[in-house]
Design a protein around this ligand. Structure first.
Ligand code: PLP
Length: 383
């Protein structure tokens, strides 16, 4: 008989201490004994049963994020979108009705329209600056209100405390996509929100090389989320969790720099003759600026502007293609400045920016003068 050597294979590494947690790549997890296996099998989600129930680095990331957001517990997913789909499925069933703010991330809307509706979940959209008026949209079967404040392309803010007050009185679950503000600038649980999700692919990981989503819940909603999460064997890859945990260590200093540069560029753009409107929650000109001041402690580096003259496709190419600092790309929140130009056409409610070309910037960590020069040259090209 071959002697089993795997039992103690890693014991000699125990005293090997590191600042960051070790990364385990595992499908199979080994047990010291049958009793240890039976114990793990009874409670799969401990990072101890099998790779699809999370790994130690995932547990460490979840612990850190729950603490940072002030929630009860956190669960990690493959991507921000996966986190969104997970909560929308975990908290709804056929014949429920949900309310979704009109400025949500496009694929969130697509999921509601194409998937939830297929399972007979009724979906209505809310004006993106909704507050206590949400009461008018609630039906007897409303189960969940989904908010994104500010919305990632058009940056309207919802009055979250006012929405929460109405929802709580009717035991409706409130969810906020908190990706823009990050766990540092908005604390959803202090404002009574039940569930907060983030695309960890953005500021949390911070280097545009990671796909990750996180869901944090209060104690009241934990069981419902956890049952769905565990039953569907959601998890995040150890590499992504490690990368996000590393990102968390520098989130504060990175955000300080993103915030400073973005505000400087936004203020400069606001005074530029070619620019009609700058849409940045920290500017006094933003329609919901007072809500931002009241509820948030900072602004990240993503905002948008609209030109006096609307651009056709050739002009957009002329504006964007020769840029030296800004790259054309989608997933914001990294060190590299990104630009995205689009018309927003998917709104249900009257929309003051409908059919206007919106130029969205994710201001990165480059020298702010180089960022300004790049934009100034682009504006000169289409003058
Ligand atoms: C506000 C917001 N939420 C969620 C997501 C989805 O995140 P991910 O790209 O990690 O799936 C995005 C992606 O752009 C986003 O902008």
């Amino acid at each position: 008989m071959v002697e089993r050597k795997d039992k103690d294979a890693f014991d000699h590494l125990d005293p090997f201490r590191t600042i960051n947690p070790p990364l385990h790549r595992a499908s199979t997890v080994l047990y010291q004994s049958y009793e240890a296996f039976v114990e793990a099998d009874q409670k799969p989600y401990h990072g101890k049963l099998y790779g699809t129930f999370g790994s130690p680095v995932q547990l460490e990331l979840e612990r850190a994020l729950a603490e940072l957001e002030g929630g009860y517990a956190c669960r990690a997913c493959h991507s921000g979108f996966d986190a969104i789909a997970t909560i929308l499925m975990a908290f709804t069933k056929s014949d429920d009705h949900i309310l979704v703010s009109d400025n949500v991330y496009g694929p969130t809307r697509d999921f509601c329209d194409r998937v939830l509706r297929k399972y007979r979940v009724e979906v209505d959209y809310l004006p993106p600056n909704i507050g206590a008026d949400v009461a008018e949209f609630i039906k007897s079967n409303t189960k969940l209100i989904y908010l994104e404040s500010p919305g990632s392309n058009t940056f309207e803010l919802q009055d979250i405390p006012a929405v929460v007050e109405v929802a709580r009185a009717k035991s409706i679950v409130t969810v906020v996509d908190n990706t823009w503000a990050t766990p540092l600038f908005f604390k959803p649980f202090e404002h009574g929100v039940d569930v907060s999700i983030h695309s960890g692919s953005k500021y949390i990981a911070g280097h545009s090389d990671t796909l990750l989503g996180v869901i944090t819940v209060n104690e009241e909603r934990f069981d419902e989320l956890h049952t769905f999460y565990e039953s569907t064997e959601h998890f995040a890859s150890p590499e992504s969790c490690y990368s996000a945990l590393k990102g968390l260590r520098t989130l504060g200093v990175r955000l300080d720099a993103h915030q400073r540069s973005a505000r400087e560029i936004a203020t400069w753009l606001e005074a530029h003759p070619a620019v009609a409107t700058v849409i940045h929650p920290a500017l006094a000109s933003h329609p919901e600026h007072d809500i931002w001041r009241r509820d948030m402690t900072g602004a990240s580096g993503v905002f948008a502007f609209i030109l006096e003259q609307d651009l056709d496709r050739a002009q957009i190419s002329e504006f964007v293609d020769p840029m030296q600092v800004f790259a054309i790309g989608l997933s914001w929140g990294g060190f590299q400045s990104l630009i995205k130009v689009e018309k927003v056409t998917d709104r249900v409610h009257p929309f003051r920016l409908r059919d206007r070309t919106i130029i969205r910037l994710s201001v990165g960590l480059e020298d702010v003068e180089e960022i300004r020069t790049d934009l100034s040259d682009a504006l000169d090209r289409i003058a």
